[in-house]
Design a binder for this molecule. Structure first.
Ligand SMILES: *[C@@H]1O[C@H](CO)[C@@H](O)[C@H](O)[C@H]1NC(C)=O
Ligand SMILES: *[C@@H]1O[C@H](CO)[C@@H](O)[C@H](O)[C@H]1NC(C)=O
Ligand SMILES: *[C@@H]1O[C@H](CO)[C@@H](O)[C@H](O)[C@H]1NC(C)=O
Ligand SMILES: *[C@@H]1O[C@H](CO)[C@@H](O)[C@H](O)[C@H]1NC(C)=O
Length: 628
């Protein structure tokens, strides 16, 4: 093995340099050995019929009963206390709610320990949780309840207080029973019987089977319930804990990302449970409470998603910035333009960035400490390429149709060369697709839409991520965009992420935040770039500001990528995982009728500078008298 590894190291391109090659080899070895270990262990647990994480909780409660499992707002629950709470919650489901093995039960909670006890309590009696996004109301709420097929929904009283879902569900779906989990009920359940569930209720879990339903964040369209398997809740979660080198007795790992999404559920809560570490929960993300809670909980590792780190950087510098014990930040979506600033300002040694999709079956991983690898979502050296290279591919896309490009002669897809953009796809076992790809619950159409057949040879099967990535010659993997986020202008492909990175990284921080997209214009081909920007409060919305921004953009972006329109807005809308929601803004476009009455105006790039975009200008464009 060592000799083979050494030989492989030599095949790493010379440009990467000796140190990078050595680093890559070590990182490859760590990743592959960890993943292999977790796979074997999960298979053994499956064979012994001990896959249900309730068993792991039980083992932890026996091995280190006094160790803290969950921290929340200053309260701590040891593994023993948590184990007992889980059993009581499970018995309550059985005795009082009539939950039977295989029943799907909806959970609608802001992060809190009770949510975890309910979740694993359900597992302990054979139930299956469906996690609802607590921000959902109206049609979207009714939709997620309906497609989950749950007949029972447990709603946290904090959600009921702020959102008021009970009446909405009752009115639309009278067959669904909604139980508000308030303080009285909490007390009642905490006194419930403590008889351990029988093994029959826990048995039969297979790695590929459904363990939970987690909804996609729905930045476009209605959320879809993705089936999350036992493998993800056991092996994949444990892999993350080991890859992060979490030290079970010492590390405390904080997340304020919503547990209803898979990032926090699998890669914080389950990851900690799998190795017996301490999970510190924030009720929800807020840049006001984030660091105080990290300090109060004594956390050593933090989780971020999406633009979380950018938000944290908007706070004015404080003498407390480095007053914490955090050595690692783990998550996905940290962008290159704030990566180093975040690491340096808060004195965090390592960033663990990864790329994966809730519905996906594979991922890329980058543990970064120095300059090399900043901004990358993954590192894949020669060893990974050798062992995993046939399981992932980056293929050419037709950006017009947003379909994967196929050779007209052969009908097959084409891998792009290193350094070029393409869609990331993951290999599936064509003879047993369900083994690794679970798709969406009772939504054959959506599930199939992510499947690709006959990609490189007749009969093979792959999963479409819908994400555009690039691999460089030295094995760094970068995320560019979601597919719909790349638009075409003047026959060039523009990455909205590249544009917003450039805008946000102006040295004087003129712009605090931005959302970039392309919109069709009357009488023009392609899509014109629109940058919706949140200006720094001390910056005026005037020509001088935009002159300054423009001269910066001209230095950092290709000409065709400089946004033709700039629209000043009050704030950028986000999902619970801090991902940008652009749908509404894109629909408004630059039509003055639709953009009126907002925080700021629309500006356009005309005669070499940004100028106010008026109703007359819009009429001229519509009449075809302006050519951009
Ligand atoms: C929180 O973020 C907002 C901008 O989104 C910023 O104005 C504010 O100063 C931040 N507050 C703290 C305490 O970080
Ligand atoms: C960091 O850890 C040290 C040593 O364990 C401890 O004394 C200190 O209070 C911790 N600081 C914070 C902010 O938790
Ligand atoms: C843009 O993408 C299309 C594929 O849709 C490709 O054929 C074309 O070469 C790309 N253009 C540039 C300039 O990269
Ligand atoms: C979700 O709801 C919480 C509580 O009502 C609110 O503070 C938060 O801003 C909402 N988040 C989103 C993304 O809508």
């Amino acid at each position: 093995m060592a000799a083979a590894a050494a030989a492989l190291a030599l095949t790493v391109p010379v440009v990467a340099g000796y140190l990078d090659a050595k680093y890559q080899l070590m990182s490859d070895l760590h990743l592959i050995s960890t993943l292999t270990f977790c796979r074997i262990q999960a298979l053994l647990r499956e064979k012994r019929d001990r896959l249900n994480p309730f068993y792991t909780l039980e083992e932890n409660a026996q091995k280190f009963p006094e160790r803290t499992w969950i921290w929340f707002q200053g309260r701590e629950y040891t593994y023993k206390q948590g184990y007992e709470a889980v059993i009581r919650h499970g018995n309550w489901f059985r005795d009082e709610q009539g939950v039977k093995k295989g029943d799907i039960v909806a959970i609608d909670f802001m992060n809190c320990p009770e949510m975890i006890f309910i979740w694993i309590g359900l597992w302990s009696v054979g139930g299956i949780p469906a996690f609802y996004n607590y921000n959902l109301t109206g049609d979207a709420l009714v939709h997620v309840v309906k497609v989950s097929t749950a007949k029972l929904a447990i709603v946290g009283h904090r959600v009921e207080q702020t959102v008021g879902v009970k009446k909405q569900i009752n009115d639309a779906l009278p067959e669904v029973k909604v139980v508000i989990f308030d303080e009285d009920l909490e007390n009642k359940v905490n006194g419930w019987r403590l008889d351990r569930p029988e093994d029959e209720l826990l048995s039969g879990a297979k790695l590929a089977d459904m363990a939970a339903l987690v909804y996609t964040s729905g930045t476009t369209g209605l959320p879809k319930p993705a089936i999350v398997s036992w493998w993800k809740n056991t092996g994949a979660s444990k892999f993350v804990a080991l890859w992060l080198k979490l030290n079970p007795g010492k590390d405390r790992y904080y997340t304020a990302m919503p547990v209803y999404h898979s990032s926090a559920a699998l890669f914080n809560v389950m990851a900690c449970l799998q190795i017996g570490a301490t999970s510190c929960l924030g009720e929800k993300f807020s840049n006001r409470t984030f660091w105080p809670e990290v300090r109060a909980s004594g956390s050593t590792v933090i989780q971020y998603v999406g633009e979380t780190c950018r938000y944290l950087l908007t706070a004015p510098p404080s003498p407390d910035d480095k007053n914490h014990n955090v050595t690692k930040a783990f998550g996905n979506g940290l962008r290159g333009d704030v990566w180093k600033e975040f690491r340096e300002r808060f004195g965090i040694r390592a960033i663990g960035e990864f790329y994966a999709a809730t519905e996906g079956m594979s991922g890329t991983w980058n543990m970064n400490t120095g300059d090399w690898g900043v901004g990358a979502v993954g590192v894949a050296g020669a060893l990974i390429n050798l062992l995993q290279g046939s399981k992932t591919a980056i293929v050419d896309i037709d950006y017009e149709t947003e379909e994967i490009w196929r050779d007209p002669a052969t009908g097959f897809c084409k891998k792009v060369p290193n350094g070029e953009r393409g869609e990331m796809i993951f290999k599936l076992d064509e003879n047993d697709i369900g083994a690794s790809y679970k798709g969406y619950y009772r939504n054959e159409k959506a599930s199939m839409s992510k499947l690709l057949r006959d990609v490189f040879k007749k009969g093979d099967a792959w999963f479409r991520t819908g994400d555009v990535l690039t691999v460089t010659d030295d094995g760094l993997i970068y995320f560019n965009d979601r597919i719909g986020d790349t638009y075409r202008w003047k026959s060039e492909n523009v990455s909205t992420m590249e544009v917003s990175n450039a805008i946000n990284s102006h040295p004087r921080k003129i712009v605090l935040d931005s959302a970039v997209f392309g919109v069709p214009l009357p009488n023009h081909d392609g899509n014109a770039g629109v940058a919706c920007v949140v200006l720094h409060p001390e910056v005026k919305e005037d020509e001088a500001t935009f002159d300054e921004l423009l001269s910066y953009l001209q230095k950092s972006l290709p000409r065709y990528a400089t946004p033709l329109f700039i629209r000043v807005i009050g704030e950028v809308e986000r999902t619970g995982n801090n991902k940008v929601v652009k749908g509404g803004l894109r629909k408004q476009g630059v039509d003055p009728e639709k953009t009126a009455g907002q925080a700021g105006g629309v500006w356009w790039l005309k005669d070499g500078k940004y100028q106010k975009f008026t109703d007359d200008d819009w009429r001229e464009i519509k009449a075809g008298r302006v050519k951009l």
